[in-house]
Design a protein. Structure first.
Length: 226
């Protein structure tokens, strides 16, 4: 219950970079396992688009299993599997963030959700499931496609239309590209094809390179029509 309660208060613990100028757009960026908003606040301060508010939530600290061992880390969900009720609970909590931004910017196409590693996986699920309006886009970096046997249950009416950027290091030894590729093929079978841009960078591991960061900026610029 403690984890559930903290998930519902994501905005209270988030690091927020307020818009420079009139707030017209919002970016929600989710960190990976063991990281926090501190990992990205300097990066997004540097690349912050005009008129854009950036929300960097912090996942709750909880016990998770990694390679058979227990670790107490910030994590969006159990690393080695979870169930539909927990997924929906997580989705509801992040939806509250999206809905809060929607009240401010008035148009869901002015909101992009993204993240790195597990944060990117969560962004994918939340973005595909969101059905109030079509979001501006989803960014997944170094991420897997989670809950594959349940993916069709987690897709909203805009899932096949929302622009998605997938960036992955070819030499990623934590989230193997071949595994992610298999997940993307499953998404394609469920109708997601023309709306996904996939970039795999040679010589890059479990990180975002300068090229990857540039791709993210270009994606945001395009979707927000800046």
């Amino acid at each position: 219950m403690a984890v559930a309660a903290s998930m519902k208060n994501l905005i209270d613990t988030a690091h927020i970079i307020e818009s420079k100028g009139t707030h017209k757009y919002s970016i929600i960026w989710l960190h990976g396992i063991g990281n926090s908003s501190d990992t990205y606040k300097d990066i997004f301060t540097q690349i912050q688009p005009p008129n854009t508010r950036i929300i960097l939530p912090n996942a709750p600290q909880q016990w998770i299993t990694i390679q058979g061992r227990q670790h107490y880390l910030r994590s969006w969900y159990e690393a080695e599997g979870t169930d539909i009720p927990k997924i929906l609970q997580l989705n509801e909590a992040i939806n509250e963030l999206i809905d809060g931004e929607l009240k401010l910017v008035k148009d869901a196409s002015h909101i992009i959700i993204g993240g790195f590693s597990q944060g990117g996986s969560v962004s994918l699920i939340v973005g595909l499931f969101y059905s109030k309006q079509q979001l501006g886009g989803i960014v997944c970096c170094g991420s897997n496609v989670p809950f594959r046997d349940k993916i069709s249950q987690l897709m909203g009416e805009y899932a096949t239309k929302i622009p998605i950027l997938v960036y992955h290091g070819k030499d990623d030894d934590r989230v193997k590209w071949d595994v992610t590729k298999t997940g993307l093929e499953l998404l394609e079978k469920n109708g997601l094809k023309d709306n996904i841009q996939v970039v795999v960078e040679e010589g890059v591991g479990h990180t975002i390179s300068e090229k990857g960061l540039h791709l993210i900026v270009m994606f945001i610029t395009k979707q927000f029509k800046l």
